[in-house]
Design a protein around this ligand. Sequence first.
Ligand SMILES: [Zn+2]
Length: 356
Amino acid sequence: MTWESAGFVDHHTHCLYVAHPAEPARRFDSVTAFHRSVQERWSTPMDERYRPLEVTDELRGDLERGLVAARELGLCEITEAGLRDWAYLDALRDLRVRGELPVRVRIFVASGIAELDRMQRIGDPWLEIVGVKLYADGWVGPRTCAMCQPFTDEPDNDGVLFMDADTLASRADPFAEAGWQIATHAIGDRAIETVLDAYEKVYGSDCAAASPRIEHAQVLNPDLIRRMSDLGVVACIQPGFAVSDADSARTGLGGDRWEQSYRWDALLDAGVRVIAGSDFPIESLSPLVGLQRLTTGDFEDGRRAGAPTLPLETALGLMTDASAGVTVLSADPRDVPEDELATIEIVDVRPTGSTD
Ligand SMILES: [Zn+2]
């Protein structure tokens, strides 16, 4: 028996970039070195320069293959979290002229190339620009996310904050004013606090209506969760991160902070709107792998991580959207043991608007 699900959607991927990588202007030996260098130059990872791409058949073909791969994994819709070059959009428009895209594509433009003049709504369910991606801090693993208190295992290091609240607000404001959604990468508690301060400055009491996003929102505490709920900020979480990070986060954050982090259940309980995205290629693009990690808190190959979990129905709710389409699975996930969810097969994918 097959089972029809609301279509799987991925609210935070780098599918286009992976399909045809733009060449960074500079390369670094480690993520830590990259983040430190970016900070010293008053830049952010979303403002770094890349060698310009040309719209070629190779680019069009690579993007199409990348989107076909996403569809084969069960996705009806992906959101590119930081378009690095307008050539990607031009190539997608060319593909779109020839017919339906393999999946619906939504785009956040990287702050480094975002310009109001170039940002025009397309009005196409298959291809749409939705907003601007900004970047507030680093990551947990390399100990570069911005922390209110230093890392437990690096007492002199409280991470890297790329922008203070005033700077972030002034960069987001023109785009917010023009009606574009803002999505800001923030992992550490100091970064999340900074982004909330910035969103308060930009939106005031209109924040919930604009639904700005915080990407990742990992190092949490009850105060931050309450503020996110009060403001109406959307949390875009990664189903795989808590599992991948578990060992490193336990030692870097220490007891209480680890207990309060990656607590998607606490966000939901507080009424925060939560959506999910893989952050491929950091994690698998497969939504079923994400679903298994989110429900078991362990790796899909059975290795234990002991990360926070969500009930299956809740996890499915974060990863699917009936308005984006239908994904047909080989089995109803509720009939499959949680540690075998990733073995469910994709039978069919029908993004909304498909004619075949
Ligand atoms: Zn990302």
